[in-house]
Design a protein around this ligand. Structure first.
Ligand SMILES: Cc1cc2nc3c(=O)[nH]c(=O)nc-3n(C[C@H](O)[C@H](O)[C@H](O)COP(=O)(O)OP(=O)(O)OC[C@H]3O[C@@H](n4cnc5c(N)ncnc54)[C@H](O)[C@@H]3O)c2cc1C
Length: 365
């Protein structure tokens, strides 16, 4: 039986383990956290990710957490629509996206793995192209080593040396908020150098994010975030007022420069370790799920890792570039450019929006 060590038990690593187990591999996941847990916020899963989850037999379990019928789009700070998403056509054309709590997604993935596959509290220090993995509990080796250890991957060093993540110039705050009055309109609000987003979770709570331009490593507090968005349209100030300061997540936003390869010897990188991207398209986790399914399908084949590299690198690097461009436009701060951007958004027909999404969302495994 072929053996695999998956380094990292996040969304990508757990999905890869599941996909490999499904193809008869003997798999160990080494996760450095003492408990496998996901941080408390939402994640959008688009139809491409749902197809990858279908391949893992979990699509319907995740779809059960799908959004109710809502209206969405992009507004300006005063709440005027710049662009409306045709949600009905989106559903019909691509299938409904799912907004799910990350912890719930990881629970669903993990529950499908056989007992004992995930070993927690084991930090990997190094991996080598011959399949050896040096970790806190000794050295293990396998036919395949999957580097699913996130944006600051140690496994990546064996594939392409030290690669520093690039700061995108903006920082994000995320919260899941209990609300008393149900909301029906969601999406993003774009201001000058700042953005706010909201999406409904299946349990009635709202996942929100506030993003603004800032130097790297800027600290801040919920009070400052509230102050920045206090004059924005409803329900933004109310959502921030209801956010729990102890359950708030704060991340500077990074992506990775294009790697020359995702594989070397017995190692394959996936997810953020291979192609961390800005979250502007909501695709980082979706791409990790695609990677997992494609890797498991090819890894046992002659030349399989080279094919995985070719197939996944082209696609994920295209999406990373596109996501970075959207971030640049969304975070514009000079008044004339913001006015120009808003006009362009108002004039863009829905059909053009749907066309640009097709290349990403039409993926099948
Ligand atoms: C603000 C924000 C919003 C986002 N929104 C979306 C969205 O809506 N939709 C979407 O698809 N994506 C979204 N993303 C991207 C998504 O979160 C990531 O792409 C996804 O979590 C990547 O999963 P991963 O498993 O590759 O890496 P990670 O989630 O980083 O998991 C890596 C795992 O490896 C472990 N690990 C790290 N180093 C070691 C080591 N040395 N030894 C052992 N274990 C190790 C870590 O503990 C962790 O469990 C967003 C990201 C951000 C920052």
């Amino acid at each position: 039986m072929s053996t695999a060590i998956v380094v990292g038990g996040g969304i990508g690593g757990t999905a890869a383990a599941l996909a490999l187990v499904g193809r008869g591999w003997s798999v160990q996941v080494l996760e450095r956290a003492p408990e496998v847990e996901e941080v408390g916020s939402g994640i959008s899963l688009w139809s491409n990710a749902l197809r990858a989850l279908d391949a893992l037999g979990l699509g319907d379990a995740v779809r059960a957490h799908g959004m109710a019928e809502v209206s969405a789009g992009i507004r300006d700070e005063r709440g005027r629509w710049l662009s409306r998403t045709d949600v009905a056509t989106l559903r019909e054309r691509f299938g409904a996206p799912v907004m799910i709590h990350r912890a719930r997604l990881l629970d669903i993935l993990r529950a499908a793995l056989p007992e004992g596959v995930v070993r927690t509290g084991i930090s990997v220090r190094e991996a080598t192209v011959d399949g050896a993995v040096v970790h806190a509990a000794g050295t293990s080796s396998a036919d395949l080593v999957v580097g699913a250890d996130g944006i600051r991957s140690v496994v990546r060093r064996a594939v392409c040396g030290e690669v520093a993540p690039r700061y995108a110039g903006y920082t994000a705050w995320r919260a899941v908020v209990d609300i008393h009055e149900p909301l029906t309109e969601f999406g993003e609000t774009w201001g000058r150098g700042a953005r706010f987003g909201m999406a409904p979770l299946a349990d009635g709570r709202v996942y929100c994010f506030a993003v603004y331009n800032a130097p790297e490593n800027t600290t801040g507090s919920l009070a400052e975030v509230r102050a920045r968005f206090e004059s924005w349209h409803d329900p933004i100030p109310g959502l921030l007022a209801a956010a729990d300061p102890n359950a708030l997540l704060h991340n500077d936003i990074y992506d990775l420069p294009a790697l020359p390869s995702f594989t070397s010897g017995r190692i394959a990188l996936l997810g953020d370790a291979a192609h961390a991207m800005t979250p502007n398209l909501g695709q980082g986790g979706c791409q990790a799920l695609e990677d997992a399914v494609v890797l498991a399908g090819l890894a046992g084949e002659p030349d399989g890792l080279a094919r995985y590299d070719r197939e996944r690198r082209t696609r994920t690097q295209m999406i990373t570039r596109r996501s970075a461009r959207i971030g640049t436009v969304a975070q514009l701060s000079a008044r004339p450019l913001v006015a120009l951007r808003n006009t362009a958004l108002r004039l863009t027909p829905t059909s053009a929006q749907l066309r640009s999404m097709a290349e990403i969302l039409d993926w099948t495994c």
